[in-house]
Design a protein around this ligand. Structure first.
Ligand code: SF4
Length: 698
């Protein structure tokens, strides 16, 4: 048996694992001893990551839809069809009418190729990926305040923190090894504070749980700043020498007395004062936050409010401190870093900068679009208006994870042409005209970047099933069909080398240098050849940090007489994303086999609803049936559902109202009505599947 060093393919923690290979098959995984992040451990999902490459239901050949059904085809036939349809869409409606949605669990090399294919081959800036619905506000908010949109510190800094403040993140469920590290730090004496409307597992174990009203993050963070300024607890030296705009921030929070903040957030005054004192007076305080901050129409403002708090207290640029967004998918950090966003090239080099555009145009030999492109939700809205013709989706399960499922399904049907690159026939791939079989992480060489900017190698351990290929190889072959020869890389190392040559913060990285266990953290350049575990130690990329006053924005849809419950979405420890990968594991599937509606026992009693009873959940956008789970995880008046289950698709209910800056949809809050089903009636499962005539083909 051979053990091939690799990285877990689920969450953004980036745990090191070894793939056990025997007889050409991946037969299991083991933790990587001495790994800097996972320290020789894995969570339940990590142990099950071998199931991702199980060949059972994998696609082996390209599929072409004809008369509403898929048939197998050769690569030659499939690529010719895709190239022809893409060309036809470009000729009919121009580059604004085509786009690419890249994949946050594919490698950096795949993602670099995806944005290059969009920009150099299709000539469009319409390139995006699922960071749009998780941490696009982090990129927007932290870039504006600190000058860089990533985690400022490393996961290991948790060990050095005196106080750990977790805001809107269910860490033990979603980033289990970070959750475990926080609990170990607490056991050693660190103070652990959780700010969350839900009583998460970490909240139950914390020293303090601040159970704020859903959507009142900015009111809370501004209220804490008021208390800090009123008591002189701010870091005056840090504010004077490293920040701008202090006076405007003081003005913004002047009226937000503890009594008013308490009314706005539902948090008792004494708890507010206790938290403000503890955070500001800790010698080293580490903030971690998640989608409970970002998935609001005020997402960018929420992130800015978090950064304001850390800056005012000087809790940045030192070990054990920082503002640390916990990124979701294993390589969502990398997909952002590689420029799979409509307004930036690799390394966050701005599309709006003419010098940057000129450099990429020279390197790629193609003039570059002058304006930023459409976001993923922008593309689907343009499709519904009849302004968007052809889309390529690489590995994203839009139908399960995007808001307002019915609307998304209508948008996919409105396209002239949809091509999906996938491991299996996912719910989204069912809408496609052509599905191309992709290689999984254990079947190709490349790199992943975890949430602390750590770039690590993954290696080809087994052959892909049938004729499946890496995304970058598929895109290169398609580019050639479309007459572009600038993607003829010999291997993944050559893709990485091209990216590093064009991206200053990766300029001292290469596959050869990344052979070291644990990889390297960007920025990694001539000034930082060994990488950068902590950002902003001496100065911020923009010189001084910018304090930006922000005010409270309520959710777009609040409970009312017709829809009396606040509905929120969350994740579970045993599943990931749309469940396409974790639900292949019988071990994980056994733990939580279906979606549930989490409801407080008081609310359930008023409705006459019992544990596991069927319940109909209705919002202004859709209706579904599921079973009730009675728990005080959620406060009275709020209900929650995990979004991993296609048979309980909570995104049928969610709201696509968007943050005006990052275009993040408000997945964390909408209004619903509940109707218990008769005790003996099972919930009806209606999968949103494309109709027979969807892109029926020839
Ligand atoms: Fe994988 Fe995340 Fe679990 Fe680590 S914490 S083993 S990266 S799922």
């Amino acid at each position: 048996m051979q053990v091939v060093p690799s990285v877990c393919t689920f969450c953004g923690v980036g745990c090191g694992l070894g793939l056990r290979v025997e007889g050409g098959r991946a037969i299991g995984v083991e933790p990587q001893a001495g790994h800097p992040v996972s320290q020789g451990q894995l969570c339940a999902k990590g142990w099950a990551s071998g199931f991702v490459v199980d060949p059972g239901d994998r696609l082996r050949k390209p599929l072409i839809k004809a008369h509403g059904r898929f048939r197998e085809a050769s690569w030659d036939e499939a690529l010719t069809l895709v190239a022809g349809e893409m060309r036809a869409a470009l000729e009919a409606a121009g580059p604004a009418a085509v786009g690419v949605i890249s994949c946050a669990h594919a490698t950096n090399e795949d993602n670099y190729a995806a944005q290059k294919f969009a920009r150099a081959v299709l000539g469009t800036a319409n390139i995006d990926h699922c960071a749009r619905i998780c941490h696009s506000p982090s990129v927007a908010g932290l870039s504006r305040t600190l000058g860089s949109g990533a985690m400022t510190n490393s996961i290991a800094d948790i060990d050095e923190a005196e106080l750990i403040l977790v805001i809107g993140a269910d860490v033990t469920e979603n980033h289990a090894m970070i959750g475990a590290r926080m609990l170990r730090a607490q056991a050693r004496g660190a103070r652990l504070v959780v700010v969350d409307p839900r009583r998460t597992r970490l909240a139950r174990l914390a020293d303090q749980h601040i159970q704020l009203r859903v959507g009142s993050n900015i009111a809370l963070l501004n209220g804490l700043l008021h208390i800090i300024f009123a008591n002189g607890w701010e870091d005056r030296e840090f504010l004077a020498y490293r920040c701008e705009n202090e006076q405007a921030l003081r003005e913004q929070v002047r009226e937000l007395t503890p009594a008013l903040t308490s009314r706005l957030t539902g948090v008792p005054v004494l708890a507010l004062i206790e938290l403000a004192r503890a955070y500001s007076q800790a010698r080293r305080a580490f903030i971690a936050y998640g989608m409970g901050i970002t998935q609001f129409q005020s997402g960018t403002g929420n992130v800015i409010a978090v950064a304001n708090l850390a800056l005012a207290c000087g809790q940045l640029g030192r070990p054990g401190t920082g503002v640390n967004p916990l990124r979701g998918q294993n390589n969502v950090q990398g997909a952002c870093d590689m420029g799979c966003l409509p307004d930036v090239y690799p390394g966050y080099q701005k599309v709006s900068d003419a010098a940057v555009r000129a450099r990429f145009a020279r390197a790629w030999g193609v003039a570059q679009p002058a304006a930023a492109g459409l976001t993923s939700l922008g593309m689907s809205e343009a499709a519904l208006r009849g302004e968007f013709r052809a889309l390529m989706v690489l590995g994203e399960e839009l139908v399960v994870t995007d808001p307002d499922q019915h609307k998304l399904a209508r948008a996919l049907q409105a396209l002239d042409f949809l091509v999906a690159v996938e491991l299996t026939l996912s719910e989204t791939a069912r809408y496609a005209d052509v599905v191309l079989p992709a290689a999984a992480f254990a079947e190709k060489d490349g790199t992943f970047s975890n949430c602390e900017r750590r770039v690590q190698r993954v290696r080809k351990a087994v052959e892909p099933p049938g004729e499946a290929r890496a995304d970058w190889q598929i895109l290169a072959a398609l580019a050639e069909r479309m007459g572009y020869s600038g993607m003829g890389w010999v291997d993944a190392a050559a893709v990485f080398a091209e990216m590093a040559a064009l991206t200053p913060c990766f300029s001292a990285m290469s596959h050869a240098r990344l052979e070291r266990p644990g990889g390297l953290q960007w920025p990694c350049d001539a000034a930082h050849p060994e990488g950068s575990p902590i950002l902003h130690m001496q100065s911020f990329p923009r010189g001084r940090a910018q304090l930006l006053p922000v005010s409270q924005v309520e959710p777009d849809e609040c409970p009312d007489a017709e829809y009396p419950f606040c509905f929120t979405t969350h994740r579970l420890h045993f599943h990931y994303g749309g469940g396409a990968m974790t639900r292949k594991s019988p071990l994980l599937e056994r733990e939580t086999p279906a979606g549930l509606l989490f409801i407080h026992p008081q609310d359930a009693a008023q409705l006459g609803l019992h544990e596991a009873q069927g319940v109909r959940v209705r919002s202004r956008r859709g209706v579904l049936e599921t079973r009730a789970h009675l728990t005080d995880d959620v406060p009275p008046g709020t209900v929650g559902m995990p979004y991993h289950f296609r048979e309980a698709p909570c995104n049928r209910l969610t709201n696509s109202a968007q943050d005006p800056i990052s275009h993040m949809p408000e997945l964390k809050a909408c209004a619903v009505a509940l109707e218990p089903l008769p005790a003996d009636q099972a919930p009806r499962i209606e999968l949103e599947r494309p109709p027979e005539d969807c892109h029926a083909g020839p």
